[in-house]
Design a protein around this ligand. Structure first.
Ligand SMILES: Nc1ncnc2c1ncn2[C@@H]1O[C@H](COP(=O)(O)OP(=O)(O)O)[C@@H](O)[C@H]1O
Ligand SMILES: [Mg+2]
Length: 342
């Protein structure tokens, strides 16, 4: 049985209420407003289509990554799978239980680590764990030793009796992981767990996640850091605009990335004017122009840069910026969407 399965998952958020206009009498209904026109993805104007038919399958024991830029629909997906957000259409099962009709069963099987730590600030670290355990009906005699063990495992046992506000951001994040584990869930969800952490805390969190994974738990993590997804995940779903673009192991995804180094050159003028000339250069595999931006895939690394600059200047267009990216999940994402991850 799959740990998680979704079919045609769709989420449409209602339009936010229109801003109130002051000092003007409201006209009759249907008059004075902008003409009704479809918004993004054919939704009625103002509605936000966050997910447009997502099919996912996460295997038992898998470390699964949801990778995509801000606004891709990652948090919405996690929200639905953790029963906090109601899907507009489609189905999702977690540990065999349906997120809509069996929400209580789903909640017992999952642990959730939110993007921003949200502990109870009136309680100390240990009390946060015990309170959460009580919520799941775990007797104190079972919860107390388990809580102590988790604090130990996450390296914050010296903070057991500290108020949450006396803990650093990284320590609070670890407390959230301990809280997510206290009822021994099968599946753990983490939403962008390393955003805002310093590099060292980020690495130690990666270690903790690896240990949880080795213990055989199913982990679903969202991130917009491709290196994080690459290093940790067994498989990665790349999502954008609420749609699945790719789903595979990091190694296979990288093989699918267009060959060579991606050299991006920004011009003072339109890049389309020099595409043909650049295509003729030695070592150039592929060229695309998008407004002032020229994308060159090169199998000679950065050595194509100086002839590209020469061509641009011969065409009277100054080069204002240059960047270089090795073949990676990032170059795959760029080639699929025309945009960078962040
Ligand atoms: N509660 C909400 N109400 C209205 N729109 C929302 C809400 N939550 C998210 N959205 C919108 O849905 C889209 C997907 O958001 P989200 O799932 O948070 O993406 P991500 O986590 O990948 O950044 C975005 O356009 C976002 O603005
Ligand atoms: Mg998010």
């Amino acid at each position: 049985m799959a740990a998680i399965e979704t079919h045609g998952l769709r989420k449409v958020y209602p339009a936010p209420p229109p801003p109130k206009k002051r000092g003007r009498a409201a006209g009759p209904p249907g008059m004075g407003g902008p003409p009704s026109a479809p918004g993004a993805f054919g939704a009625p104007r103002g509605e936000i289509v966050a997910l447009q038919g997502l099919d996912l399958e996460v295997r038992e024991g898998e470390f699964f990554g949801l990778l995509g830029p801000n606004g891709a629909g990652k948090t919405t997906t996690i929200g639905i799978l953790t029963t906090r957000v109601k899907p507009t259409a489609g189905t999702a099962r977690v540990g065999g239980a349906d997120v809509t009709s069996e929400a209580v069963r789903v909640r017992q099987r999952i642990g959730v680590v939110p993007q921003r730590p949200n502990p109870d600030r009136a309680l100390n670290a240990l009390e946060n764990l015990l309170f959460h355990a009580a919520y799941f009906g775990i007797p104190a005699a079972v919860a107390a030793p388990r809580a102590g063990q988790l604090l130990e495992q996450l390296g914050i046992s010296d903070k057991a009796h500290a108020k949450v506000d006396e803990m650093s951001g990284g320590q609070q994040q670890r407390l959230m992981i301990a809280r997510a584990l206290i009822h021994e869930p099968q599946v753990i969800f983490l939403d962008e767990p390393t955003v805002g952490l310093d590099p060292q805390t980020r690495l130690s969190l990666w270690e903790i996640l690896r240990v949880l994974h080795n213990e055989g738990r199913t982990i679903v993590m969202t991130t917009h850091y491709m290196d994080e997804a690459d290093k940790l995940c067994d498989r990665i779903a790349i999502v954008d605009h609420g749609q699945l673009l790719e789903l595979d192991t990091p190694a296979s995804l990288k093989q699918r990335a267009p060959g060579g180094t991606l050299v991006e050159v920004t011009l003072a003028g339109d890049a389309a004017a020099i595409v043909d000339a650049v295509r003729g250069l030695d070592g150039v595999l592929r060229v695309e122009a998008k407004g002032p931006l020229l994308r060159v895939y090169s199998d000679r690394g950065g050595r194509v840069i100086s002839p590209v600059i020469q061509i641009a200047e011969d065409n009277g267009a100054a080069v204002t910026n240059i960047s270089l990216t090795e073949p990676s999940l990032e170059t795959l994402f760029v080639s699929r969407t025309g945009r960078k991850l962040d």
